[in-house]
Design a protein around this ligand. Structure first.
Ligand code: ZN
Length: 258
């Protein structure tokens, strides 16, 4: 079981060493911007490293939306990040499930997800797994509630989409963490990565506010249980820099017995 952290993108391998992490996740560009990633000087080192690399796509990507001006650039940006992440030997590209606007039909969002994968296929195919992450907030989200997730998966499952389970998002999104891995796997058939985060926000609060393990509202044992049951690698996306994240990683290793 490999455990790591979301880190600054400047020198991810140094950040991994500082935290005792076996995996790192980072952004290739400003997560709030539409910039395409540039080649990295450390690409060779990242490819050769024992540390597993995951890339998080920008937050602004929303391939589900009915708004063309967001959806079309989102598709292109997702593909650009997939190509750049593959250059680094990344194991996966994580992207949020996205949402449609208030009053819009979620089915249109799922259809747009399908189109995003078709676009990728027509552009040479995805060079690495795209892991769709569950999100915490909104009434029109594609991957907050698992009834919506099931409909999303009818659209994206046939394309080989992967899944990233965020424990903070699930809890704040109103999905019980007890038995969550079985519920997810009955829908997606897979969990490729766990984002192991505590939540500052309460159950079903819709708040995406990560906290250090044991400091928020979630029983850390439920996070450990989710990692164990999934058999997937885990990334902490928690505050506190090196110290805070190293403590979270140590807690997970100790309690998961790995
Ligand atoms: Zn996450």
């Amino acid at each position: 079981m490999r455990i790591g952290a979301h880190v600054d993108s400047a020198d991810p391998l140094a950040e991994a060493t500082a935290r005792g992490a076996e995996a790192v996740q980072f952004f290739l560009t400003d997560p709030q911007g539409y910039k395409s990633p540039k080649p990295r000087e450390d690409a060779e080192r990242l490819r050769a490293s024992e540390v597993d690399v995951y890339i998080h796509a920008p937050y602004i990507i929303n391939v589900a939306t009915l708004n063309n001006r967001i959806r079309i650039p989102s598709r292109k940006l997702l593909m650009a990040h997939a190509k750049a992440a593959a250059e680094l030997g990344a194991k996966g590209l994580i992207v949020h499930g996205g949402h449609v606007g208030a009053g819009a039909d979620l089915d249109a969002g799922f259809a747009n997800w399908k189109k995003a994968f078709e676009y990728a296929e027509n552009d040479g195919g995805l060079p690495l797994p795209v892991l769709i992450e569950n999100t915490a907030g909104g009434d029109n989200a594609c991957a907050r509630r698992f009834d919506a997730l099931a409909r999303l998966w009818e659209a994206v499952g046939p394309f080989g989409a992967g899944f990233c389970l965020d424990t903070c998002h699930a809890y704040a999104g109103g999905e019980d963490l007890v038995g969550i891995v079985d519920r997810v796997k009955s829908i997606t058939g897979r969990i490729d990565l766990v984002h192991a985060n505590d939540s500052k926000g309460g159950f079903d609060s819709g708040q995406d506010r990560h906290d250090n393990l044991g400091s928020g509202k979630i029983d850390p044992e439920l996070v450990v249980a989710a990692i164990r049951a999934s058999g997937a690698p885990a990334i902490v996306e928690t505050p506190g820099g090196v110290e805070g994240q190293a403590a979270d990683i140590a807690l997970l290793r100790e309690r998961a017995g790995v």
